[in-house]
Design a protein around this ligand. Structure first.
Ligand SMILES: *[C@@H]1O[C@H](CO)[C@@H](O)[C@H](O)[C@H]1NC(C)=O
Ligand SMILES: *[C@@H]1O[C@H](CO)[C@@H](O)[C@H](O)[C@H]1NC(C)=O
Ligand SMILES: *[C@@H]1O[C@H](CO)[C@@H](O)[C@H](O)[C@H]1NC(C)=O
Length: 436
């Protein structure tokens, strides 16, 4: 536990799925003359644009070069996106973003590039028919010669939007209504590129970056930070120089839950990690970043309707899942008052579309009906397993976590009544982004 938490705190837990070479210096070592002029992002580069592709690999652009993912050497951009160069010969892009368009699968996940007054749309690294176009044609009201762009899906912004940066102005483009609202965020540095990564928004300037709120532009926390410590693997940079994900055999989680919108989070010590965004990589953040009042970690977490319940000691914190989690007024309340149980809670889960929370305490599984008040235990059964860490119910059944292993049950009933314990399976990198 201690070990895992410490590693989470110290490191970038970048998933191996980022598709980038993991040895940045291999290329440098054998480059000979041909690669001698490749730029080195560890020297501190101001990027022109940053965007993930449809596979979740983050591309960093500078001049005629790009970097794929968080590790590895530069390569020529025209090898990956050849038309950018064909048409313009200007050797750089102004801005890029990956479209998030829930209503239009034809645009969804396309990478859009902006060069002067033109826009290019790529999917699967192939230029779409009809492109390049004038920016005005695709994004009416958006200025030319942009500095940066970043997508902002509904839920994080008011509507599926794109934020276009030019100087200190941000042009917020609503994808559905094709309308633009302009704001001036003078407190934010002038962004030369912008990136949405794991629901967080980053403005890059010089070799630094500043995290901002995509709705208000507000910056909280200590910024700017040096990008080389976070977004790329550089010798002598990074948290303690360790950017390895923890070993799967060291994983021990405190709680896990999937909310109504399909977001899956696990919690370990003071950190949480979202698992369903696997495509873009996995990264641990402090629990307080999403759930400000929960400062001492959690014992158990479950989701019900549009709310998430976090349990620590004898307190229950209920948050409403809006664009940001907001603590419901009057909380935290005591376990006794909220759920009618007392004592330490090891795990808690609600199955999809269910109205019963199954609370595990030691060797007991207690059911509480969430549709009635006051809440009371409706069924109390001993189980074959004890001392579990966390449990998650999905359409496929229930996974019960204990240390670095988990046990699969068909249903809550099976968990409560089964006399034997299923075969233990090991938590693997595909599940938790750890190293096998
Ligand atoms: C890419 O750009 C380089 C340098 O500008 C050029 O030498 C090369 O021929 C280009 N490759 C393609 C595939 O266009
Ligand atoms: C993506 O492009 C590659 C080659 O450029 C092609 O082989 C593959 O079929 C394409 N995939 C899709 C889903 O279009
Ligand atoms: C980067 O941030 C540091 C402070 O963290 C600041 O001293 C420095 O001037 C910044 N450099 C650039 C190029 O923005």
């Amino acid at each position: 536990m201690e070990h895992f938490t410490k590693i989470l705190l110290l490191c970038l837990a970048l998933a191996p799925t980022n598709g980038a070479p993991t040895h940045p210096h291999d290329a440098a070592a054998d480059n000979g003359d041909t690669h001698a002029t490749l730029p080195d992002r560890c020297e501190g580069i101001e990027f022109d644009a940053i965007s993930p592709d449809e596979k979740g690999i983050t591309f960093f652009f500078k001049g005629a070069h790009l970097w794929k993912g968080f590790h590895g050497p530069a390569q020529l951009s025209n090898e990956s996106f050849k038309e950018l160069d064909d048409i313009h010969h200007i050797g750089h892009v102004d801005a890029a973003f990956r479209m998030h368009n829930a209503d239009n699968p034809d645009d969804h996940d396309h990478i859009y590039f902006f060069l002067d007054d033109k826009v290019f749309s790529y999917y699967n690294h192939t230029l779409e028919d009809g492109y390049p176009k004038e920016i005005q044609e695709d994004f009416p009201g958006v200025p030319t010669h942009l500095d940066a762009a970043v997508e902002c899906p509904k839920g994080e912004c008011m509507a599926d939007s794109v934020l276009f940066f030019k100087g200190h102005d941000v042009h917020i483009y609503d994808i559905t209504t094709k309308t633009v609202k302009t704001k001036t965020w003078s407190h934010l540095p002038a962004c030369t590129s912008a990136l949405r990564w794991l629901e967080h928004y980053y403005c890059f300037h010089g070799h630094n970056f500043t995290r901002f709120n995509p709705v208000s532009g507000e910056v909280s926390g200590t910024y700017p930070k040096d990008a080389r410590n976070y977004f790329m693997k550089c010798p002598n940079f990074g948290h303690g120089g360790n950017s390895q994900a923890p070993k799967c055999s060291d994983v021990k989680i405190d709680a896990i839950t999937t909310d109504d919108t399909g977001k899956t989070y696990f919690f370990a010590g003071p950190m949480y990690m979202r698992l369903d965004t696997h495509r873009d990589g996995l990264h641990a953040f402090p629990i307080t970043r999403a759930w400000q009042e929960v400062t001492r970690g959690v014992d158990a977490v479950f989701s019900y309707t549009d709310k998430i319940y976090l349990i620590k000691n004898d307190q229950v914190y209920i948050y409403k899942a809006t664009a940001h989690y907001t603590l419901v007024e009057g909380y935290p309340k005591s376990l006794k008052e909220e759920l009618g149980v007392e004592g330490h809670v090891d795990a808690a889960f609600v199955c999809p579309n269910g109205h019963t929370v199954h609370i595990i305490q030691g060797q007991m599984i207690r059911d509480v009906d969430l549709t009635t008040t006051p809440r009371a235990v409706t069924r109390d059964l001993p189980m074959a397993m004890s001392d579990i860490d966390a449990a998650l119910c999905s359409a496929e059944g229930i996974n019960v976590f204990k240390g670095s292993q988990y046990y699969h049950y068909e249903s809550a009933m099976a968990l409560a009544t089964s006399k034997s314990i299923p075969v233990a399976q090991n938590i693997n990198s595909a599940m938790m982004g750890c190293q096998d």
